[in-house]
Write a protein that binds this ligand. Structure first.
Ligand SMILES: [Zn+2]
Length: 257
């Protein structure tokens, strides 16, 4: 597998990086990322995933574009208001790089549909707006043995972590948050507010951590995919600190049955 001269030019700044290189770029080209949510996290994240030459993107969102989204959901314009976010996002990717394969899914994930929606992914990047979907996606990733990168924001606090809960020594997202949030909706942006640039910071960090996972075994940036480490971004200070998440042996998502 090699890249065409056009693609070599397009990704020249990646390829020259020793941490990515030609081998890493080919791995990105061969990768399939499933993005859950095309909103405040998903919209900037998918721009960087597409720009990185991720070969296949599945974009999942049940929502339509609202005028109040434009403050942070960077791919949408006033002309898109009222249209499904996943469809508009897919059109953005196709305009940006027609060589990428993009699969829009206008749906809210449920127990019956989540396995099919994430099938074949090399990593799932979750930037959705509620705990119920996050836990559903996490459990499905563990079952399908797919790594999960989770990116979330609340006001000026960002959280980014990658999980490989299917591995016996690695926690899953549910080990981190527990079962308490299964039914709770955490979409507090409308009430609490969110600064657009802060959402962008967390989103692009999430995209980068997902790329680390994709480069695991292919290029030096993936030498440590940082599974089970939670990066906490404080946008006000600003600061970044990292804590380790411990696997819960009784976890209903990834524990020993
Ligand atoms: Zn777990």
């Amino acid at each position: 597998m090699s890249l065409t001269p056009d693609r070599l030019n397009r990704f020249a700044r990646h390829i020259v990086l020793p941490e990515v290189g030609g081998t890493g770029q080919v791995a990105l080209d061969q990768a399939h990322v499933v993005l859950v949510g095309c909103g405040g996290i998903g919209s900037p994240a998918l721009q960087y995933l597409a720009a990185a030459g991720i070969g296949q993107l599945t974009l999942i969102d049940s929502d339509t574009v609202d005028v109040s989204n434009l403050q942070r959901q960077t791919i949408f314009t006033p002309a898109d208001v009222g249209r499904p976010k996943a469809e508009v996002a897919a059109e953005w990717v196709q305009r940006f790089d027609p060589a990428l394969q993009v699969n829009p899914r206008v749906e809210r994930l449920g127990r019956d549909t989540v396995a099919a929606a994430i099938a074949g992914a090399d990593v799932v990047l979750d930037g959705c707006d509620n705990f119920a979907t996050r836990l559903l996606v996490s459990d499905a990733c563990v079952a399908a043995r797919i790594p999960l990168t989770s990116a979330a924001i609340g006001r000026f606090q960002g959280q980014v972590a990658s999980f490989a809960g299917h591995r016996p020594d690695q926690p899953c997202y549910r080990c981190f948050v527990g079962d308490a949030f299964d039914a709770e909706d955490c979409d507090t942006c409308a009430a609490d507010g969110v600064l657009g640039a802060m959402a962008g910071m967390v989103a692009t960090f999430g995209a980068m951590q997902a790329m680390r996972v994709l480069l695991d075994g292919h290029a030096a940036l993936g030498d440590d995919p940082q599974f089970g480490r939670l990066h906490l971004l404080d946008g006000l200070k600003p600061s970044l600190r990292t804590i380790a998440i411990v696997k819960d042996p009784d976890c209903t998502g990834c524990g020993t049955p």
